[in-house]
Ligand binder design. Structure first.
Ligand SMILES: C[S@@+](CC[C@H](N)C(=O)[O-])C[C@H]1O[C@@H](n2cnc3c(N)ncnc32)[C@H](O)[C@@H]1O
Length: 286
């Protein structure tokens, strides 16, 4: 769930302070996470109060100081109100995701994109999710499509532990297979040529793993769902930039490909976008 923090603070803060704060915030289960710029830090309590008033079930309000970082893509969090609790259960499209937001990546802002991917999955498809986190894409796919198997890899052992719990919570034991480790080495060892679809939800680094994603695709053909971050200045199309970046890697591999669909998943900063590109891959024989 996301909301408009500027609207919540109207009449509580003066317009200059409202102009300085970010409009969006996240509610993950019963935890709210908000980013507050330095100049508005003295309003932290008022901001937390407004959030708790708006979302009656929220028990903790955390300030996220900076972007997600490191291999595990974690948030740096400081408690500003309520209980010192970072574990919660988030509900999305009838799925439950248990997560510790200080130890695992989780974003409720990807809900639509997860459902979009699930709607593309055909009966009997085998999916490889290279960067599965606590299992969100994999579980939405298992619940909302007739997928055969979703191999779900993550390098963060804590995320994989939550993924195991979430697989049980959502009763998708027969469909989602959690695998702890580095996506490249797991694909190389056990998943070459297995997938109808490969998901790459690691936008900062997906291009580095495209060769590995392609090697996971079945012969003669399959799909790679690629994600990227792109800056787009005036007159630039971020979707075209992401397509171009993916194409420059794919051209060096011995495959045919068409980046047939692209969309902006969300805006991540002024002129910065997260993109999704659906790429059909045709393997050449010999
Ligand atoms: C942006 S998060 C996406 C998680 C999940 N798909 C979601 O939507 O919540 C990226 C995930 O990739 C994992 N990761 C980073 N490098 C990895 C690697 N080399 N192999 C496997 N997983 C990796 C991180 O631990 C993190 O959980």
């Amino acid at each position: 769930m996301k909301g408009d923090l500027k609207a919540l603070l109207k009449g509580k803060l003066d317009s200059e302070d409202i102009a300085a704060i970010y409009k969006s915030y996240d509610v993950i289960g019963d935890i709210a996470v908000v980013r507050i710029p330095e100049q508005a830090l003295h309003h932290s309590e008022a901001i937390a109060e407004a959030l708790i008033l708006q979302h009656k079930h929220v028990r903790s309000v955390w300030r996220q100081s900076g972007p997600v970082t490191g291999d595990f893509r974690l948030r740096n969090l400081e408690l500003i109100a309520g209980e010192r609790e970072t574990e919660t259960v988030h509900r999305e499209y009838g799925c439950l995701f248990k997560v510790d937001i200080s130890k695992c990546y989780f974003s409720p802002r990807l809900a639509f994109e997860r459902m979009r991917i699930a709607s593309l999955v055909e009966e009997g498809n085998v999916v490889v999710n290279m960067f599965a986190g606590v299992g969100c894409y994999s579980i939405v796919i298992a619940k909302h499509s007739k997928v055969s198997k979703v191999y779900s890899i993550d390098v963060n052992p804590v995320a994989v532990e939550y993924m195991r719990e979430n697989i049980l919570l959502n009763k998708v034991v027969d469909k989602v297979l959690p695998i702890e480790g580095d996506a490249r080495s797991i694909v190389e060892r056990v998943l070459k040529g297995k997938a109808d679809r490969v998901l790459m939800p690691l936008p900062e680094r997906a291009h580095e793993f495209l060769d590995s994603a392609v090697s996971a695709v079945k012969s003669p053909a399959g799909w790679v769902h690629y994600y990227g971050f792109e800056h787009a200045g005036e007159g630039e199309d971020p979707i075209e930039k992401a397509r171009g970046k993916a194409a420059s890697v794919l051209q060096r591999l011995n495959v045919g490909f068409e980046a047939s669909f692209g969309r902006v998943v969300r805006q991540t900063g002024p002129n910065w976008h997260q993109l999704a590109i659906d790429i059909s891959v045709k393997k050449r024989i010999g």
